[in-house]
Ligand binder design. Structure first.
Ligand SMILES: *Cc1c(COP(=O)(O)O)cnc(C)c1O
Length: 223
């Protein structure tokens, strides 16, 4: 487990390296409640979980005034719990999931901001919407009562070299601007979530205003 001191030191370090308008989301998968509390006390306001089950075991018990984002693939049979737990779904990766989320949100009468997850590398085995399909999904979302589009998220192909990710971030930014230009109703394009521990600097250069950091602030994952 990481000491609170190390977590605070790392967050302060990253904060110095990125512009003020860029928010940091702590990717909390496999982390302890103590680690997340330490990051919150060091100033982080956004946290992400990949799995509903892990989130259920952490969010209600932690009682901190943070915003919780779902950042992992959501199975449709867990959509109801996701709607209850999260403040934003960043990983909206299919039309079918969008329909299911709209239905669950309407049952709970809860509005939910979502980001379209873009498969910017057009990888067959990856989740996410192909860039060509982004505008269509954005248009569909603009007609819904409970979901509303707040921006885009992408992972990009995972490699060691952050420069390799740059064209995929550029492509996601292009789609972001294209959707903005449509001026769809019920749409507020404000979040561009790109970049992880090894690639956040490149992502910020390409327009990210939310970076999702795990290893860099919490240390290496044990699993
Ligand atoms: C784990 C994870 C991150 C953070 O990864 P690190 O390399 O540990 O910073 C960001 N986004 C998603 C979707 C993740 O699953």
């Amino acid at each position: 487990m990481e000491t609170a001191f190390n977590i605070r030191r790392r967050i302060e370090q990253v904060r110095k390296e990125i512009p003020e308008h860029v928010e940091i989301l702590g990717a909390a998968k496999t982390r302890s409640m103590e680690d997340v509390r330490a990051a919150y006390e060091a100033g982080l306001k956004y946290f992400g979980h990949n799995y509903v089950q892990e989130a259920q075991a952490m969010i209600p018990g932690l009682e901190i005034d943070a915003k919780w984002h779902l950042i992992g693939h959501l199975q449709r049979n867990k959509a109801r719990f996701a709607v209850e737990l999260f403040d934003m779904v960043e990983s909206l990766d299919s039309m079918r999931l969008a329909r299911e989320l709209e239905k669950r949100c309407s049952e709970l009468e809860k509005k939910m901001p979502v980001l379209i997850e873009v498969n910017s590398g057009r990888e067959e085995n990856k989740t996410g919407i192909m860039p060509e399909e982004g505008v269509l999904l954005a248009e569909w979302l603009s007609g819904q009562k409970y979901l509303h589009l707040a921006g885009l998220m992408t992972m990009g192909p995972l490699t060691g070299d952050p420069e390799f990710a740059r064209p995929f971030y550029k492509e996601t930014r292009r789609l972001f601007e294209e959707i903005e230009r449509q001026k769809f109703p019920n749409t507020d394009m404000k979040v561009l979530s790109m970049g992880m521990s090894n690639s956040y600097k490149v992502a910020v250069e390409e327009g990210a205003n939310l970076v999702r950091l795990g290893t860099l602030i919490f240390g290496p994952r044990e699993t």
